[in-house]
Ligand binder design. Structure first.
Ligand code: FES
Length: 76
């Protein structure tokens, strides 16, 4: 649970998730750094759509946020 208007990244952090994705090349864990749309380290799969900046998406009730593994598929 997060306050209204909080980001998906905030919801993930509140839930205790620090790593949001793994890099495509080395598989290194990455988590949000800037929380303002600059670093892209918060990429996650949100409601089935990969490569979304979790810090720029407002959390909504029932939203599904999944950790992203490697590069996203070229297919939608
Ligand atoms: S945390 Fe840097 S772009 Fe989202």
């Amino acid at each position: 649970m997060v306050p209204e208007g909080a980001s998906a990244a905030a919801a993930m952090l509140v839930a205790g998730h620090i790593a949001f994705r793994e890099t495509a090349v080395t598989g290194s864990a990455r988590g949000p750094l800037c929380l303002m749309g600059v670093c892209f380290d918060c990429l996650a799969e949100i409601d089935g759509i990969a490569n979304r900046q979790a810090c720029m998406v407002t959390a909504t009730p029932g939203m599904r946020i999944d950790r992203q593994h490697g590069a996203r598929s070229a297919r939608p």
